[in-house]
Write a protein that binds this ligand. Structure first.
Ligand code: MG
Length: 262
């Protein structure tokens, strides 16, 4: 049994791996890739990447990246395989395998909202603005605490003052707003409709991942990565532990696939 994985989770993963068809859905930042100050520097750790490549090659296994990042950004930092489903912008963008090559990002954020966020970034040194097709994200990770707090408050004020309906989310060093409403749970449900897997595994490290855990069913497995309150049934410490869990699923599944020797 891998050391980083509890015996409860080991049993759950073994049962999950034995299902006919499985969907492995994973958040990216903080789950497959350690959190870094500049979101553009975020990369999946090698053992996780290798496990996902091997899992993708097995029959009956599908992989999905489920992230708050826009698809445009996932393509740059995650270098996804063409066989993967991609859920971007917290469930607003849902791509089936192969869709990514012809996908054109619709940029829909009103100019006035972008200008207001630009002003927040200019007033708070080292904060950064991420442009998303359906929203904007202010990044404060690595920024001195008082400046980060002031910037986050200013971003909330911009959102409060904006007349239209905005969905506002706060996470690890990030305040973001979106002009359309969807959650990671919606993204997972959409893939479930398209794929109809026997069971789903979802792992994530942040508040927005709780929406993903909320749509899981009895045969599914939810894993919260790192600390924080959660409704997930299981927990892993970090990306390395997630990689170990992925390898465990792979080894169980590869065993089933090769079948008993005759
Ligand atoms: Mg995350």
């Amino acid at each position: 049994m891998p050391e980083a994985i509890s015996s409860d989770l080991t049993s759950a993963l073994a049962a999950f791996a034995s299902q006919q068809t499985i969907l492995i859905a994973l958040d990216f930042d903080g789950t497959l890739a350690p959190l870094v100050d500049d979101p553009e520097d975020s990369r999946m750790i090698a053992p996780a990447r290798q496990a996902l490549e091997k899992l993708t090659a097995l029959s009956g296994v599908s992989v999905a990246i489920v992230t708050g990042r826009a698809i445009d950004s996932v393509k740059r930092v995650a270098d996804p395989l063409k066989e993967w489903f991609l859920v971007g912008s917290h469930g607003i963008e849902v791509l089936s395998p192969g869709d990514v090559t012809s996908y054109e990002t619709p940029w829909l954020v009103p100019a006035g909202l972008t200008e207001a966020f630009d002003a927040v970034v200019k007033a708070h040194p080292r904060t950064r603005l991420e442009h998303k097709p359906f929203g904007l994200a202010l990044h404060t990770r690595g920024v001195e605490q008082p400046v980060a707090q002031a910037a986050e408050s200013a971003a909330h004020e911009v959102c409060d003052a904006w007349g239209g309906d905005l969905v506002v989310r706060t996470g690890h060093g990030i305040v973001e707003c979106s002009i359309q409403e969807a959650t990671k749970g919606d993204g997972i449900e959409e893939i479930r409709r398209r794929l109809r897997p026997s069971a789903v595994l979802f792992a994530g490290d942040d508040r927005t991942d709780e929406d993903g855990f909320a749509v899981l069913e009895a045969q599914d497995v939810g894993i919260r990565v790192g600390g924080g309150e959660t409704i997930a049934s299981h927990r892993l410490a970090d990306a390395s532990a997630v990689a170990e869990a992925l390898w465990f699923i792979h080894d169980q599944r590869a065993c089933v696939e090769s079948g008993p020797e005759l």
